[in-house]
Design a protein around this ligand. Sequence first.
Ligand code: UDP
Ligand code: MG
Length: 316
Amino acid sequence: MKTVSIIIPCYNEEASLPHMQAAITTIINQHTQYQWQVLLINDGSKDNTLSVIKSIHSRDSRFGYVSLSRNFGKEAAMLAGFDYAQGDCVVIMDADLQHPPSVIPQMLEQWEAGFDDVYARRTDRGREPLLRRIFTLAYYRLLQLVSRIDVLQNVGDFRLLDHKCIEALRQLRESQRYTKGMYCWIGFKKKEILFEQGSRLEGHSSFNFWSLLRLSIEGVTSYTTLPLRISTVLGLLSSLCAFVYLIYILCCTLLYGDPVRGYPTIMVVMLFLGGAQLLSLGIIGEYLGRIFHESKQRPVYLVAEHEEPVNPEVAS
Ligand code: UDP
Ligand code: MG
C-alpha cells in the first residue's frame, strides 16, 4: 500500500486547525487505498497552535507533528516537512483551508498516471486585495523577464510531489529560501491542475507588504545575477559617455580657451554618477549579504519536539 504524506506549515493557526483536521479527515477516510500521514509543522507559533496540534495527535495518530524551536518562516518550515515526511508522495498545503483538501484525490490520480510534480494553479485569488493582486502580477512578469527559470504564475506551494522530488529538494539547503523557484529548478515531470482558492477561514495572513517584498527580492537574487550585469553595463555606458564628453571638453578648451563655466553640467554628471554608483553598490551588497548568510552554513531550522504520524494498521 502506498503512503501519502501531507505536510502543513502552521504559524498561529489555532483557529483554523480544527476545521483543517475535519476537512482532511473526511478526504482520507474516503481514500483507504492509501496509507495517510499528516505532518503538521508548528513554526514557532505564539498562540496555542502547539497544544491544538498535540490534542489532534492524541485523538488521531495519523496526524504527527514537528515543532520548530522558533518562527523560522514558511520556507524553512516546508523544508522541515520535506525532511520528516516519509510518504511515497508528499502533498504540501496551507493550514487556513485556502488550499481545499478536496483537490488532493485529483492530484493523486495524476501522480498514479506517472507525473512527479502535480501543482495546483489558482483560477482566481480568492478575495485578495486588488493592490496585492496587481503587485503579484507585476512581480511574476518581472521574474519571468530576468530569470532563466520559469517561475509559474498563480502557482503557490499547493502541490503533490513524488518522493524523487522530495529527495531532490532535501539537497537544496540554502538558508535564504525561495521554494517556488526550487520546484522549477529540480525539473521532473510536471502536471498542472486548476483549483479555486478560497479565502482564509480564520485568523489573518502572516504575510504583509514588506515580507512579500523581501520574498520577491529573495526570488530575484536567488535565481539570477542579471542585476549585477545591468549595473556593469550601466557603468560601461556611463564611462563611454564620460570619455566622449572628456574629448569634447578637451577640444573646446584647446580651441576656445578656458572660461570658467559649466557648474550645472558638473553637478548633473556628479549626481547622476553618484546615484548610479550607490545603486550598483546596493545591488552588490544584496548578493554579498546572501554570500554572508550562506557561508555561515547554519541549519535552516531547529526542531524542539517531534512526534511521527502512526498508521493504526501498521502499529497493530
Ligand atoms: N506560515 C508559516 N510560517 C510563517 C508564516 C506562515 O508556517 O512564518 C504558514 C501559515 O500557517 C499558513 C501558510 O504558511 O499555513 C500560508 O500563510 P498565510 O495564509 O499567512 O499566507 P497567504 O495565504 O496570505 O499567502
Ligand atoms: Mg493563507
